[in-house]
Every structure is written in structure tokens, then in C-alpha cells.
Design a binder for this molecule. Structure first.
Ligand SMILES: C[S@@+](CC[C@H](N)C(=O)[O-])C[C@H]1O[C@@H](n2cnc3c(N)ncnc32)[C@H](O)[C@@H]1O
Length: 264
């Protein structure tokens, strides 16, 4: 199974990772940029992106801060971030939980879809707050996949796939907090940030769309371990996967919470 030695269930070593990153960028970058903009990030800023994945937001930050600014992007697996070096962005292999804390010099720290995966997410959040300089902004974006489940009573095409249900169970059993997005507002306040705000976004994903391809990339990556561990049969899995290409299929996305707060 392609888990990493870091307990992260969707390791970047898997062939599905680039599909996941392009779907994430297409679906969520516009919302992320809106939230980053609202913090005032501009030329000359010093920014940190934690768990940068495919690097689309680090690249955007690099363009925004310009040559007088600085962007550091970290990940436990930087294979998709390395090309950003050519754009003047510092890429660092770094585990936010276990490696040395980052220097407290950042005017902006951003992370998306990282904390929910980490059993030690509170420690990671504390370290992100500690990396802010006074007056710096933290922007955290995480999913809640527990509150908005597919409901066939809403529309006939809205089906809660067995494979989707199995994946959610797999995440629960693997220590993912699938409601972490829902908790962000309170967690940012608990970590002492001021001016905390949070808002959320949900999409309806249709078969064949980039939302379906995000779901597909995650499911395909977990196919073998889920079948081996009897979360689902191979046949049921393959039938469900085929439905993700059917344009009649619809499912609500997870609820993507974006929360921000300022270190006083
Ligand atoms: C679901 S992906 C999200 C990628 C990107 N933030 C996005 O939203 O497009 C999670 C990323 O977090 C990274 N990651 C997982 N555990 C980490 C840790 N302990 N420290 C730093 N990065 C981590 C993974 O390698 C992966 O690239």
C-alpha cells in the first residue's frame, strides 16, 4: 500500500497524486486566492505554504510577493514542488509535526488539506502559529466530509457510492479527522489568534468533472488496501468507479472551510 512512513494515507509516491493535485488546484485555488488576497498579501511579503503538494498556491504566492518577497514551501515529499526552485521559491522537505520548528518570520502561513490527515494536527497547528511574526496571518483550509453526505432523496443521480463510504471509513480508521474543517474557527481562537473568521464552500460534483476526478484519484489510490482489508469487494469497487464517469451521477463535495486569524 502506498502510505508514507509519515502516516499520511494518500502518499505522493502514488501515480494518482498528479491527478489529485490538478483537480485540487482547479476546484479550490480560486477560493484560496480570494482568502489569501483578503489578508493583504502583496509585494515583499514573506510567506510559508505547508504541505504544498502540487505547488499551485506556492507558485501563485511567488508571483504575488515578487522578487523582493520570499516564499518557502514545505512538504514531506517535495517531488512535485522541485520545479518551483526555478521560480525563486524555496522548497524544503519538512515534516510540520516532527522536524525542527520553522523560524518565526512569516507574514503569512497557509495550508490546505493537510491538518485533517495528521493525527498530531494540534501540534502542527501550534507550529504554524509559532512560525508567524507578530501581526502575521494564518490561513487554514480543511474539508468536512462528515456533514454533507450524498442523499438520493434530493435527486435520483445523487448516490452514496459504496466505494465512497468505504473510503470515508478507511480514513476514520486511519486517524483522519474528517470534520476538522468544521472545527477550524474554534481551533484558531484556541491557539490565540485574533480577528478569526471562517467561511465554507460546497460544490455539486458531477460524473466526468474535475470533482469526480478528485474522488476517482483518491479512490483508485486506496483500491488495493480497501479491498485487501475487506472494506469493499473488488466488484463493487469497480462498478462504483465506472459511475464516476457517468454524467447522471452527482454528489456534493466535502465542505471546504477556509479560516484565517492574525497573531497579535
Ligand atoms: C491532500 S494533499 C494537499 C496538497 C495541497 N496543500 C493542496 O491543497 O493542493 C496533502 C499534502 O500534505 C503533505 N503532508 C502530509 N503530511 C505532512 C506533514 N506531516 N508535514 C508536511 N506536509 C505533509 C502531503 O505530502 C501532501 O502533499
Amino acid at each position: 500500500m502506498s502510505t508514507s512512513p509519515h502516516n499520511y494515507l494518500l502518499a505522493n509516491t502514488s501515480p494518482e497524486a498528479p491527478k489529485r493535485f490538478s483537480a485540487l488546484a482547479e476546484l479550490f485555488d480560486p477560493g484560496t486566492v480570494r482568502h489569501l488576497d483578503r489578508c493583504g498579501v502583496g509585494r515583499g511579503w514573506t510567506c510559508l505554504e505547508v504541505g504544498g503538494g502540487g505547488g499551485s498556491i506556492a507558485r501563485w504566492l511567488g508571483e504575488r510577493v515578487g522578487p523582493s518577497g520570499h516564499v518557502l514551501v514545505t512538504d514531506i515529499d517535495t517531488r512535485y514542488l522541485e520545479p518551483l526552485n526555478d521560480a525563486g521559491i524555496e522548497v524544503r522537505r519538512h515534516n510540520i509535526v516532527t522536524d525542527a520548528p520553522l523560524e518565526p518570520i512569516f507574514q503569512l502561513v497557509h495550508t490546505r488539506l493537510v491538518l485533517m490527515h495528521l493525527p498530531q494536527r494540534e501540534r502542527a497547528l501550534e507550529r504554524m502559529v509559532a512560525a508567524l511574526e507578530p501581526g502575521g496571518w494564518l490561513v487554514v483550509e480543511e474539508y468536512d466530509t462528515a456533514s454533507m453526505l450524498p442523499d438520493p432523496e434530493v435527486a435520483a443521480g445523487e448516490v452514496f457510492l459504496k466505494a465512497h463510504r468505504a473510503m470515508l471509513q478507511f480514513f476514520d480508521d486511519g486517524g483522519v479527522d474528517r470534520r476538522y474543517g468544521r472545527k477550524l474557527f474554534a481551533r484558531l481562537r484556541a491557539h490565540g489568534l485574533s480577528d478569526v473568521r471562517a467561511e465554507a464552500q460546497v460544490f455539486m460534483f458531477r460524473g466526468g468533472s474535475s470533482g469526480a476526478s478528485l474522488l476517482k484519484a483518491n479512490l483508485e489510490q486506496l483500491r488495493t488496501p480497501m479491498i485487501e482489508r475487506n472494506y469493499i469487494s473488488a466488484r463493487a469497487f469497480d462498478e462504483d468507479l465506472a459511475r464516476l464517469d457517468d454524467s447522471d451521477f452527482i454528489t456534493p463535495s466535502g465542505v471546504m472551510w477556509s479560516a484565517s486569524g492574525c497573531r497579535s
